[in-house]
Ligand binder design. Structure first.
Ligand SMILES: [Zn+2]
Length: 136
């Protein structure tokens, strides 16, 4: 049983804000935590309800980032085995948040193709923030 399932089983609110590894910029973390509940609800509306939402966002290490960059990524990882999320902490707020959405979509629907996850990430971002990515 992983820590997120334990959190659910002891009754922590499913929409509570996730904790982030200390390598993330505190300002970005604060902004994302403030949007977490709205983000989870928007993903549930568009994709479906997961058993739980991952409540700890880990930082990708240099090796994982380098390996991802070889494949044109390196921004974030969804680990199916542990049902957990890792994000590159060396990005600005916008990219950390977009990856937070992206990896949580993988968490709910592991079979959704990458390009459809990207498309939906933009839609969810715009729904939650009320801003268009094209204007940023
Ligand atoms: Zn992906």
């Amino acid at each position: 049983m992983n820590i997120d399932k334990i959190a659910i089983s002891i009754g922590i609110d499913r929409y509570s804000s996730p904790e982030f590894d200390c390598k993330f910029d505190p300002d970005s973390v604060w902004k994302i935590q403030a949007l977490a509940e709205k983000t989870y609800k928007a993903i549930e509306e568009f994709v479906g309800q997961p058993e739980f939402w991952p409540k700890f966002i880990d930082a990708m290490n240099y090796e994982e980032i380098a390996e991802g960059e070889l494949k044109g990524g390196g921004h974030g990882l969804y680990l199916h085995e542990s049902q957990s999320i890792k994000i590159n902490p060396h990005m600005n707020y916008l990219n950390v948040y977009l990856n937070f959405i992206h990896e949580n979509i993988h968490h709910v629907d592991r079979y959704r193709p990458e390009e459809l996850v990207d498309e939906l990430t933009d839609i969810i971002f715009e729904k939650v923030t009320g801003k268009s990515l094209k204007d940023l």
